[in-house]
Ligand binder design. Structure first.
Ligand code: ADP
Ligand code: MG
Length: 312
């Protein structure tokens, strides 16, 4: 923004809203923020960009855009088992639309407050609508859960109902619409899975694509039965079993967690998950042979609708 006074006013009014919390030495207002990593912890950092038309409709509800821009980043921290602390927001906006900014900020800060993250800085420039968010979180030293730890014999689990977000994006008036507009980062599950999960990833591109990422990083394969996929009841009844399962495999934008648990830790997991607010489903097993096999009625199933996949 060329007008410096207006930019400061905008930042102060819409974004400098939170109390400085513990470990923030310096927040919004200086050249950079300063934060303190407590002894015994490591800093975990993730960045994601949302671009209008690619990741959301340009006329989408700004409350949802504010929520999603933070939620997709928090999902990456959840997938590492990290506890979120700080966030930085780089906002590119075509015009200074006050009501848009007010709504965007309300979606962003509602989630920030609920998840205990503080906005410590950012950048505000004029241009085609795009939002880049960087989140930072903490893990006890050496406990971050990577994609690389799965071993043959591990069981595979997924949270929530994959496919629901893709269904919601094309059915904006459906009862599931919130699954696309307001994805819930699975921080509670991610946090509880430190010391239990051997590998974890969040599902942003679709179950098929993201399972393959985890398997490749861990140098293993997996067998997953289509009948085990948790498909939301209303999707199953509207699309039928196979189309619902394929949407779960290729839909994307779910921001659910996929993780592996050894036989040894499986009991610990089962004791925990009843207390979680998100449902967890065991969907298959890690095997030594390379690649992912979808199984249906004792045979290998070749998916039909891979074009559900988003290439972004
Ligand atoms: P600089 O010229 O040093 O980059 P800016 O004018 O861009 O400074 O920003 C001034 C202060 O406001 C900095 O602390 C920066 O982190 C913060 N800031 C700018 N835009 C945002 C935003 N959208 N959200 C939060 N903080 C912001
Ligand atoms: Mg700047």
């Amino acid at each position: 923004m060329p007008d410096i006074a207006r930019e400061f006013e905008l930042i102060r009014r819409f974004f400098d809203r939170q109390q400085a919390s513990e470990h923030i030495v310096l927040g919004i207002g200086d050249d950079a923020a300063v934060t303190e990593v407590p002894p015994g912890y490591q800093l975990v950092t993730a960045t994601d960009t949302l671009v209008a038309t690619t990741h959301f409709e340009p006329d989408a509800d700004p409350v949802s855009i504010g929520h999603r821009s933070l939620a997709v980043n928090l999902s990456d921290l959840a997938a590492m088992g990290a506890e979120p602390r700080w966030v930085s927001l780089a906002l590119t906006i075509p015009a200074l639309d006050e009501s848009w900014l007010e709504d965007f900020a309300s979606g962003f800060f509602a989630l920030a407050e609920r998840t205990g993250v503080t906005l410590i800085g950012g950048d505000t420039v004029r241009g085609p609508l795009a939002i880049t968010v960087t989140v930072q979180g903490l893990v006890p030293h050496g406990t971050a859960i990577t994609r690389a730890g799965a071993t043959p014999g591990d069981f595979l689990y997924v949270t929530g109902y994959p496919g629901a977000a893709a269904f919601a994006r094309s059915h904006p008036d459906h009862e599931l619409a919130h699954c696309f507009e307001f994805p819930e980062p699975r921080l509670e599950a991610g946090d509880a899975l430190r010391g239990i999960a051997s590998a974890m990833i969040d599902i942003s591109d679709g179950l098929d694509s993201d399972i393959r990422q985890l398997l490749q990083a861990s140098n293993v394969g997996a067998d997953i039965d289509l009948h085990r996929l948790p498909v939301a009841a209303s999707i199953d009844s509207q699309l039928g079993f196979l189309a619902g399962a394929e949407l779960a495999m290729f839909g994307g934008e779910d921001y659910e967690l996929l993780f592996a648990v050894s036989g040894e830790h499986r009991r610990k997991l089962r004791e925990q998950i009843n207390a979680w607010t998100v449902p967890v489903t065991e969907i298959g097993k890690v095997v030594a042979a390379d690649g992912l096999r979808w199984l249906l009625d004792k045979g290998v199933y070749t998916p039909q609708q891979q074009e559900f996949r988003h290439f972004v």
